[in-house]
Design a protein around this ligand. Structure first.
Ligand code: UDP
Length: 329
């Protein structure tokens, strides 16, 4: 049976594809519109269907042709500030198209769905580390666009016999330790990516968005999870579902928070490069601190292998360097 990975040519999706193949999954099919992903991010044995995961005829055809038994749904827009300026675009991509995908899964008899959700569903959590059963209260359109999909999945699971694992990602960073994939989006906005670009000189400086938060050094606290560890969490979820397990919601993080200023310091130390850091006003939509309580997923057998911020930064630097070489070719 094949696994269909939506958004499999993107950053996290491409690491999922590698994890599936490394684990011996014989058929992996990717559907991706290549809006932010890259066909070259995929190994040759993977089938790429270039198109929209909300295109029901295309997805149904793909499911039938490849005998798909599980869908890992990554395809989404993920930039919080963009969701503030373009909420309807985010609701279309992340919510409306997900509805179409879920309906296609139900119609075609695909019983297992793994969904890429986000810690943004918690908003500004009252408790840190955040347990999964904390009431959700997203503070930006991105978080709401994902939470609505969580709700649709839960309702569809009850009504139509799906089994789903919702993975709430904290801050994903780093790259495949073997250098096969990484964060390739040219205009990426995520902290570690931006800081590695500043270290390598592909951008002249970087900004810290907000230094007046109620945190020890005034900058925001986040829980940075390495991307291959996150992909492994999906394998745990897939095995759980294929083994007949019930629907679950799982935080994906390490349970350790780092401030923006701490991350920048680590990037400077690991790269051995100094770069200009401007202290700027807060960015709309950012919660001050968000750290996972991740016991539930560990209880399912997930054992992270890369829980080390310095290693994550070093992978990100290596990938950024290889991208610069690729772009020069
Ligand atoms: N951030 C920053 N400068 C940047 C990019 C991000 O200060 O160039 C901050 C951002 O305001 C947030 C944290 O880093 O407090 C993590 O942001 P990111 O965009 O990486 O992930 P998010 O938490 O929004 O999903």
């Amino acid at each position: 049976m094949a696994v269909l990975v939506t958004g499999g040519a993107g950053y996290i999706g491409s690491h999922m594809v590698l994890a599936l193949l490394d684990a011996g999954q014989d058929e992996v099919v990717v559907i991706d519109d290549l809006s932010t992903g890259f066909a070259w991010a995929l190994p040759p044995e993977v089938t790429l269907v270039q198109g929209d995961m909300g295109d029901q005829a295309l997805v149904a055809e793909t499911i039938r042709r490849h005998k798909v038994d599980a869908i890992a749904h990554f395809a989404a827009k993920i930039v919080v500030p963009d969701s503030v300026t373009d909420p309807l675009g985010y609701y279309l991509n992340n919510t409306v198209k997900s509805r179409a995908l879920i309906e296609t899964a139900v119609r075609e008899g695909v019983r297992h769905v793994i969904f890429s959700s986000t810690a943004a569903v918690y908003g500004e959590p009252a408790v840190v580390p955040v347990p999964e059963d904390l009431p959700t209260n997203p503070i930006n359109p991105y978080g709401r666009s994902k939470l609505m999909t969580e709700w649709m999945l839960a309702d569809a699971a009850r009504a139509h016999g799906l089994a789903t694992v919702v993975l709430r990602y904290f801050n994903v960073a780093g790259a495949d330790p073997r250098g096969r994939s990484g964060q390739s989006t040219p205009n990426a906005t995520h902290l570690i990516k931006v800081a590695t670009q500043a270290a390598l000189g592909t951008r002249s400086h970087m900004e810290v968005f907000g230094t007046d938060y109620p945190t020890p050094d005034g900058s925001c606290l986040r829980d940075y999870i390495q991307v291959s560890d996150l992909a492994d969490a999906h394998l745990v979820a897939l095995n759980h579902l294929r083994g007949g397990g019930e629907s679950l919601t799982l935080n994906c993080g390490y349970g350790q928070g780092y401030s923006v200023l701490e991350v920048i310091q680590v990037v400077k130390e690991v790269s051995g490069r100094d770069f200009e850091v401007r202290l700027s006003p807060r960015r709309p939509g950012d919660p001050s601190r968000i750290v996972a309580e991740a016991e539930r997923i560990r209880g399912l057998g997930w054992t992270p292998r890369h829980d080390d911020l310095r290693a994550i930064v070093s992978q990100a630097l290596a990938w950024e360097g290889s991208l610069a070489t690729r772009n020069q070719r």
